[in-house]
Design a protein. Structure first.
Lengths: 243, 196
C-alpha cells in the first residue's frame, strides 16, 4: 500500500467495517506513513468527541402531551379501520373477486335507489333562478357532521363558529394570547407561514405551539382577505397595494 | 449433550417488535407507550440535532410519534421497529425543516436540562471542563454540517446505528452511507482544526 489511505477507509476502519486483511494493511501503512498516521489520529479524536456529546433530555411534559394526543386519536382510528376494511373488500387483490364485489355493490345500490327513489314524499324540485344558489336540507340531515376544516402547515384546523382550532384541541382553553404583530407572533408565523391564510379575515387561530395551547390573532383592522399592509420580505402571501 | 440454539440479538428485537405491534393492533395503549419509552429519547435527540432548536425538536417529536401511532398497525416486520421509527423521524424532519428555516439555537446547553455528563471520579475539574469545552465545539461543528452529512453522522456516532441500519433508514446503499459518514466526519475534522 504505497498511496495514502483514503478518508473513507480511515473512517470505516474506526467503525471496524474493514476486513481483516485490509485492516492489517491500513495499520501497517499508518505506522510507517506520518501523514496517514496523523490523519487517522485526528479522525479518531473527532469520533471520540462525537461520542462524548451530551445527550439532550426530552422535556418531561412531552410524554404526557403525546399520550393526550394519542388518546384523542383513538376514536378516529376506529373509523379509519372500518374504512380500511371497506377498501380491502372493494380492492381485493384477486380481479375476479373485485369484479364480483363491485357488481354486488352496484346491485344493492340500484335496488335501494328503486325502492327509495323520488315518490309521493319527495321534495319538489325547484328550478333555481339564474345566479342563485339553492341549498336543500333534508329534515334530519346530520348537520353536526358538516365540519369546515382546513389543512394548513401540516395540521388540520376545524372551524368552531368563532375561531379555527387545531384538530384535537377543541374545548381546550388557550394559555396564551399571541398578537400576530408581536415578536412572538412573528416568530410563530415565520415557522407556520401558511397560518396567514386562516388569520387573513381576522379569525383567531388556536394551535399547539411549543407544547402550549395558544391563540393567535391579527389585530390589524384594515387587513382584508389576502392583503397584508405590512408585507414581510420573502412572504409569499404578502402583496403591496398601491392607490 | 443437548444442543443450544443461540438466536442473534436482532431476532429477539424483532420478536419484541412484533409482540408490541400485535398488542397495539388489539387496542393496548400501553404498547404504544412502550414504543415511546424505547425510542422517545433517540428521536428527540435526532430532532434536536437536525433542527438545531430544542423547542422545534419537541414539536417534531410529538408529530413523529403521532405518525408512528397512526401507522404502527401497518408495520410489517420487514425491518426492525427501530429503523422503521427512525425512517419516519428522518422523513418528517426533512419535510418540516425544508419548509421553514429556523433560527439556530445553542443546543450544547444539555447541562441546563438535566443532561449533565456523568461525573467521572478519575477526572479532575479541569479535565472535565476541557472535555465539556470539546463537547461544545463538536456540537457546534456538527450543527454546521450540511444536513445530508449531519443525518448520517448523528445516526452513526450519536445514536449508534450500524451502517446497514442507516442504509435502511435513509433508503440508500451501504456504500453511500459509508461515503457520507466519512465525508461528514472529514468536514467536521476540518471545521474543528480551523477553530470553527
Amino acid at each position: 500500500m504505497n498511496r495514502h489511505i483514503s478518508t473513507e477507509q480511515l473512517s470505516a476502519y474506526l467503525d471496524s467495517e474493514l476486513g481483516f486483511v485490509e485492516m492489517r494493511q491500513l495499520e501497517a501503512h499508518c505506522g510507517a506513513c506520518a501523514e496517514c498516521g496523523s490523519h487517522l489520529a485526528s479522525m479518531r479524536r473527532v469520533v471520540a468527541g462525537l461520542g462524548g456529546v451530551v445527550r439532550a433530555v426530552p422535556p418531561p411534559a412531552l410524554r404526557q402531551q403525546i399520550r393526550r394526543q394519542v388518546l384523542q386519536e383513538v376514536p378516529a382510528r376506529g373509523l379509519r379501520g372500518a374504512l380500511e376494511g371497506f377498501r380491502l373488500l372493494l380492492f381485493t387483490p384477486r380481479p375476479a373477486l373485485r369484479t364480483a364485489a363491485a357488481m354486488g355493490l352496484a346491485l344493492v345500490v340500484g335496488l335501494f335507489a328503486v325502492n327509495h327513489g323520488p315518490g309521493r314524499d319527495a321534495i319538489p324540485q325547484v328550478e333555481p333562478a339564474p345566479g342563485l344558489e339553492v341549498v336543500t336540507v333534508n329534515p334530519g340531515a346530520p348537520l353536526a357532521m358538516l365540519l369546515t376544516t382546513s389543512e394548513v402547515a401540516g395540521r388540520e384546523f376545524v372551524w368552531t363558529e368563532t375561531s379555527w382550532v387545531q384538530r384535537g384541541l377543541e374545548g381546550e382553553t388557550p394559555v396564551a394570547l399571541v398578537d400576530a404583530g408581536s415578536p412572538r407572533g412573528r416568530e410563530l408565523l415565520t415557522r407556520y407561514s401558511d397560518l396567514e391564510f386562516l388569520l387573513a379575515d381576522g379569525s383567531p387561530v388556536v394551535l399547539r405551539y411549543n407544547l402550549q395551547t395558544v391563540e393567535i390573532r391579527s389585530k390589524a383592522a384594515n387587513r382584508v382577505l389576502g392583503l397584508d399592509t405590512h408585507p414581510r420580505p420573502g412572504s409569499r402571501h404578502a402583496r403591496t397595494v398601491s392607490a | 449433550m443437548g444442543v443450544a440454539t443461540v438466536y442473534p440479538a436482532i431476532h429477539q428485537d424483532v420478536a419484541l417488535d412484533i409482540e408490541l405491534v400485535e398488542r397495539h393492533r388489539c387496542g393496548d395503549l400501553q404498547a404504544f407507550d412502550e414504543v415511546y419509552g424505547r425510542f422517545g429519547e433517540m428521536v428527540y435527540n435526532l430532532a434536536v440535532r437536525l433542527s438545531r432548536n430544542r423547542e422545534e425538536a419537541a414539536d417534531l417529536t410529538q408529530e413523529i410519534f403521532l405518525r408512528v401511532y397512526r401507522h404502527l398497525g401497518s408495520f410489517g416486520g420487514r425491518s426492525t421497529l427501530k429503523t422503521w421509527v427512525f425512517r419516519i423521524a428522518v422523513n418528517h424532519c426533512r419535510d418540516r425543516l425544508s419548509r421553514h428555516v429556523l433560527p439556530m439555537q445553542s443546543i450544547d446547553d444539555g447541562f441546563e436540562e438535566g443532561g449533565l455528563p456523568i461525573a467521572d471520579p478519575g477526572r479532575g475539574p479541569e479535565e472535565l471542563a476541557v472535555a465539556a469545552d470539546e463537547g461544545r465545539r463538536v456540537t457546534e461543528g456538527l450543527a454546521r454540517l450540511p444536513q445530508v452529512f449531519r443525518e448520517v453522522v448523528v445516526l452513526r456516532d450519536l445514536e449508534g446505528l450500524s451502517y446497514e441500519e442507516i442504509a435502511e433508514v435513509l433508503g440508500v446503499r451501504v456504500g453511500t452511507v459509508r461515503s457520507r459518514i466519512a465525508r461528514g466526519r472529514e468536514q467536521l475534522r476540518l471545521l474543528l482544526e480551523e477553530g470553527l
